[in-house]
Design a protein around this ligand. Sequence first.
Ligand code: PBG
Length: 328
Amino acid sequence: MSFTPTDRPRRLRTDGIRPLVSETSVDAQDLIAPVFVDETTDERVPISSMPGHERVPVNEAAARVEEIRETGVEAVIVFGIPETKDDVGSEAYAADGVVQRGISEITDNTDAYVIGDVCLCEYTDHGHCGVLEPHAHDDPTLTVKNDETLDLLADIAVSQAEAGADMVAPSSMTDGMVGAIREGLDEAGFEHIPIMSYAAKYESAFYGPFREAADGAPAFGDRRHYQMDPANRREAKREVALDAEEGADVLMVKPALPYLDIVRDVRENSDKPVAAYNVSGEYAMIHAAAEKGWLDLEATAYESLLSIKRAGADLILTYFAEDIAERL
Ligand code: PBG
């Protein structure tokens, strides 16, 4: 025996002191659970690629949210699956659209904090997050018209606020979306409604299961001309700064686990609350490995959420919300 350590970090790892020196924790109050309200069904439909999640009919939306609240999670984000779709996604901003009815059902019957996802891709027949350019089919670099989409996003946000939403969360990656929505909400008397912007949203392969869940896959092409290139980190700083200037109240990074460097950057560059979206693919892959007996479901889920908080997120949108909250 020759070398003797000068310091011994292991002293602080006994069961007695570990909790005292622990730097990060996950609490039910940090979590937001996604809810899918489906106008095309009278019964709950399980989402096969996201075990434990289902699409629920409008009249079950409040019951679904009460199940979530029983675990201690108080906030939900609502996605809609409409009966009909068209080229401009008009069901996304219809007063009696599926998401508006779902939001009313939930806010009328529960005390949950209700967030509306503001986007067009679940409502357009082409599956893109905005109004299409006329030659989009021939030239996929021309997918959506940016500025024409802005008015529609503002209409969606106002219609969700009218239905009772407590917060709106634009996810379309349209340039100027936060400013346009802020102006629309303020003009309609909703200056008290906050905006949580999907500020740095990447064009990610991890959204696969969600597109099955919400029936929002693009009918042709992909989203790389409006969502961010996974290769880019500096660009996220510009994207996030723009949304903050335009009035975003909460800044979100999406996905979460493969993008923890971005979560950390946003934390360091802004004093606004930082959200991270632990997306459908992050959920599905842990479930798939657990089903094979290769990973422990609860332990890996908890460690994932803890790591997202450690990277700098204040709040996490996650399909694990109920399961983890129940165990806390
Ligand atoms: C809508 C939207 C998507 C997700 C949230 N809002 C899909 C997409 O951009 O393709 C993905 C969420 C997830 O994968 O859990 N634009």
